[in-house]
Design a protein around this ligand. Structure first.
Ligand SMILES: [Zn+2]
Ligand SMILES: [Zn+2]
Length: 230
């Protein structure tokens, strides 16, 4: 029995725990949900609810107004927001592994920002501090989120451009940032990590200056590292 319960935990078959909260960290029933929302006490991920304001949505919701913001302006606006939040999270709280923003329209998902830190302690620190802060004239609501695997939480149809449920889909519609920004935010850190790693190795290697050999070794030890991890 215990095994059975463990195997269905957080799935649709689980009559006790809410599968949506478990996978997506948000459920449309909110506190009125008939199933349990098990709020994590530790997590790498912080959710800031309803933070991102999509200018296209606000324009559409004003009656009689047609939306005349171009897709390019939209992307610029979004990239600026993303960069600002991402940079601030890293400067104030610690290294960010991944950040995602929901493009959904349902109340429980609209504008949600999920920041997955490298360390749980940084996430904890961020939640405590963020709940005393304001963004765009609104108090921030931040909480630790059970979501760590965004592949499970996001809508795959949205990614291929064909979600029939549109903005009211209950899986995350994660709005992509531009390639340039992605390279700038994630690429730079990957490089600096690589640099740090090769520095460590260089200081331990005796035959400095024999770069070709060194590079060869580096590749080999990287392969070793890889195979050791699995
Ligand atoms: Zn629920
Ligand atoms: Zn969808």
């Amino acid at each position: 029995m215990a095994e059975y319960l463990a195997s269905i935990f957080g799935t649709e078959k689980d009559k006790v725990n809410c599968s949506f909260y478990f996978k997506i960290g948000a459920c449309r029933h909110g506190d009125r949900c008939s199933r349990l929302h098990n709020k994590p006490t530790f997590s790498q991920t912080v959710a800031m609810l309803n933070i991102y304001r999509n200018p296209q949505n606000s324009a559409q919701s004003m009656e009689g107004l047609t939306c005349n913001i171009s897709d390019m302006e939209m992307q610029e606006h979004y990239d600026e927001f993303f960069e600002e939040v991402f940079t601030e999270m890293e400067e104030k709280y610690g290294e960010v592994e991944e950040m995602n923003v929901c493009d959904n329209l349902g109340d429980h998902l609209v504008g949600n920002v999920y920041v997955k830190f490298r360390n749980e302690e940084d996430a904890e620190k961020a939640v405590l501090d963020l709940n005393n802060r304001w963004f765009n004239g609104q108090p921030i609501h931040a909480e630790l989120s059970p979501v760590t695997d965004f592949r499970e939480a996001c809508c795959h149809q949205y990614e291929t451009g064909g979600c029939t449920r549109g903005g009211f889909c209950n899986f995350m519609h994660l709005k992509p940032i531009s390639h340039d920004l992605r390279r700038q935010l994630y690429g730079r850190r990957r490089k600096s990590r690589q640099r740090a790693r090769s520095r460590d190795r260089e200081s331990g290697s005796r035959d400095r200056g024999r770069k070709a050999e060194h590079d060869h070794k580096r590749r080999r030890s990287r392969d070793r590292e890889r195979s050791g991890r699995f």
